[in-house]
Structures are given as structure tokens and as C-alpha cells.
Design a protein around this ligand. Sequence first.
Ligand code: SF4
Length: 70
Amino acid sequence: MRVHVDPQRCQGHARCAALAPEVFELDENGFSTTRDGVVPPDLELDAGKAVRSCPEDAISVTLEDSAVHA
Ligand code: SF4
């Protein structure tokens, strides 16, 4: 599983970083970034909660061959 934050959509609510701090971090302006986008299996549950919590629909998820926009 991989995640990507669309910088055009992210508004810096920080919900993602609060729910999955190992996956999402905030830059100096408070907008979310991912380290390398790769989500280890043990963090997928938290990452999924973060994706669903994003009010801007800014986080996309890639599962193997298919891309799903949360
Ligand atoms: S919850 Fe969404 S809008 Fe808020 S910081 Fe995370 S990616 Fe950006």
C-alpha cells in the first residue's frame, strides 16, 4: 500500500498526521507530506483511518495494480 498527498488539495488540517504520524508528517507550513509513501502492513489500518478522515479528499491510495482515491 502506498499513499500520496495532493499538495493542491491539502489544507493543513493535520488529521492525517494525528492519526498516522509514522506515515504522514507536516512540513514547515503545516501541510501534509509522506516520507516515501510506502505504508508498512502494520500501519495500514492507521493510514486508512487517516485517508478517510481527510476533509479535502487529498490523500490517494495505491493498492498493488490499482489506484483508489479515498
Ligand atoms: S487531513 Fe488532508 S488536508 Fe489535512 S493535512 Fe492531512 S492531507 Fe492535508
